[in-house]
Every structure is written in structure tokens, then in C-alpha cells.
Design a protein. Structure first.
Length: 114
């Protein structure tokens, strides 16, 4: 059974940085795309970053220039580098993968507060 496990969440002050990780198991799972979503309290889940394994990355306007999916040679791990974090980035962040079906991780909390 395919599993996605996120890590790297936590609390940070505005302007700080965090790096989230999403590990896919088994490591030889065939995927066509991966993405990061987030959901803040009383708000709908939104996609913040997307990577097609055969194409470019896409970012939501709200995180453009601040969040990136770094290049990574380990095909079973995806990262989300988050810089210049703001209070409105506070949310639970979920990893998503598209293979034979959609897979979701359990989520990791990111809190940005002074």
C-alpha cells in the first residue's frame, strides 16, 4: 500500500523559513505528479505547489517567489522550501501524489506567529 509521510512542520516567526519533506513508500511507486496542499481553519484546502514529473513546477500566486520545490535526485522524496513565511501561511500542509490513484499524507502543521 502506498504511503506518504510528511515531516518538517513546526512553529516559526514571520519572515522565517521551514522545509517540509514528503517521503513516498514504497520507493519504486510510479507517479506522474506530486503536489503540496494546505488547509487553514475554516478554509478550503488549496494547492500551493505542483510538480509534474515530466514538466515544470507551478506555484499558487500567494506563495510565488517564496515557496519552491527544490531539485531532488531522490525520486521518492519531495520537499517544499518555504521562505519569508507569513501569518497567513499558517495551515496544515498535505502532500499529494498522483499515480494509479490519488494519495494523501497525514499532514503536518505549520504555524507562523510572533
Amino acid at each position: 500500500q502506498v504511503q506518504l509521510v510528511e515531516s518538517g512542520g513546526g512553529s516559526v516567526q514571520p519572515g522565517g523559513s521551514l522545509r517540509l519533506s514528503c517521503a513516498v513508500s514504497p520507493s519504486n511507486t510510479r507517479l506522474t505528479a506530486m503536489a503540496w496542499y494546505r488547509q487553514a481553519p475554516e478554509r478550503q484546502r488549496e494547492r500551493v505547489a505542483f510538480i509534474s514529473l515530466s514538466g515544470p513546477r507551478h506555484y499558487a500566486d500567494s506563495v510565488q517567489g517564496r515557496f519552491t520545490i527544490p531539485l531532488n535526485n531522490a525520486k521518492n522524496i519531495m520537499y517544499l522550501q518555504m521562505n519569508n513565511l507569513r501569518a497567513d501561511d499558517t495551515a496544515v500542509y498535505y502532500c499529494n501524489a498522483d499515480g494509479s490513484e490519488y494519495y494523501w499524507g497525514q499532514g503536518t502543521q505549520v504555524t507562523v506567529s510572533s
